[in-house]
Design a protein around this ligand. Structure first.
Ligand code: PAF
Length: 285
């Protein structure tokens, strides 16, 4: 296997991808903001199995951070990331400069208008506008046949699938299951912000989410499940809950009285120390 190449220039990346396509090679891309963890590595390895050429993009996208969010503090351990990409058999790391992605007169944005009304979209105004725009740009530059995203960011994956469908983008979106630490904590670059004590408490997110299956089996109502989950998260993890929502998995609309076999997403977001953590679990009613 040839060594991982690092490309910073947009034009060079796009020309290489177009050349690969002309040669009939299948391209997979894994868009990331770096600070790679085992969840990213699982995506890279899945991409390696599915394609001839694997591109990892590393770009901390300024347009998806709110003014009071952690853009400046976001970890950027590029050398370690490059090593992990090499170990996972990545062909190219595409790491563009912010000024090249967003020149001063940049003025075209993508707004998905339905799914972004809920969950993180409601709590982080403009976040998904930044995500959709950068993902569309990265897809145009890397020209992939498939692009892989993690189920931890369930809303992001759904919105990207909708964007790709609505805008007829010729790429298949693959959503990979959540990768967890042995404690159950969902892997996230933001876990780096946690102290040992906070990490211990954060493990309670997954533990309490899993209770939902048991409560459902015991016949609790959806309202009771939501209330119990919220109370446990407050007590065992953090009082700073951003949301605890039970929504339809396809529309993300809140569900009050589920119909039989309805596919639900139990989605939570909470602040633990200075980290905002999200996690989710699927439940068929
Ligand atoms: O999930 C992420 O890391 C980011 O939102 C993404 C998809 C790389 C876009 O910046």
């Amino acid at each position: 296997m040839s060594p991982t190449r690092i490309i910073h220039k947009l034009r060079i990346m796009q020309q290489l991808a177009l050349r690969w396509r002309a040669q009939g090679l299948r391209i997979a891309v894994v868009p990331t903001m770096g600070a790679l963890h085992d969840g990213h590595v699982a995506l890279l390895r899945a991409a390696r199995r599915k394609a001839d050429k694997v591109i990892a993009t590393i770009f901390v996208n300024p347009s998806q951070f709110g003014p009071r969010e952690d853009f400046a503090a976001y970890p950027r351990p590029f050398a370690a990331d490059a090593r992990r990409c090499a170990e996972a058999g990545v062909d190219v790391i595409f790491a563009p400069a912010p000024a090249a992605m967003y020149p001063p007169d940049f003025s075209t944005w993508i707004n998905e208008e339905a799914l972004t009304q809920y969950l993180c979209g409601a709590r982080r105004p403009g976040h998904f506008r930044g995500v959709c725009t950068v993902v569309a740009k990265l897809l145009n530059i890397t020209q992939p046949h498939l692009a892989l995203f993690g189920q931890k960011d369930a809303q992001q994956a759904l919105i990207i699938q909708r964007m790709v469908r609505d805008l007829n983008m010729p790429v298949r979106i693959v959503v990979h299951p959540i990768v967890r630490e042995p404690s159950g904590l969902a892997m996230s670059s933001r876990n780096q912000y946690l102290t040992a004590d906070e990490k211990g408490r954060a493990a309670g997110i997954a533990r309490n989410l899993r209770q939902v299956w048991a409560w459902h089996a015991q016949g609790l109502t959806l309202a009771a499940i939501r209330a119990k989950l919220r109370a446990l998260l407050r007590r065992e993890v953090s009082p700073q809950i951003d949301y605890v929502s039970i929504v339809d998995e396809g529309t993300l609309r809140a569900v009050r009285t589920p119909h039989k076999r309805q596919k639900l997403l139990i989605a939570v977001a909470l602040f633990v120390g200075r980290a905002r953590l999200i996690d989710n679990l699927r439940l068929t009613w």
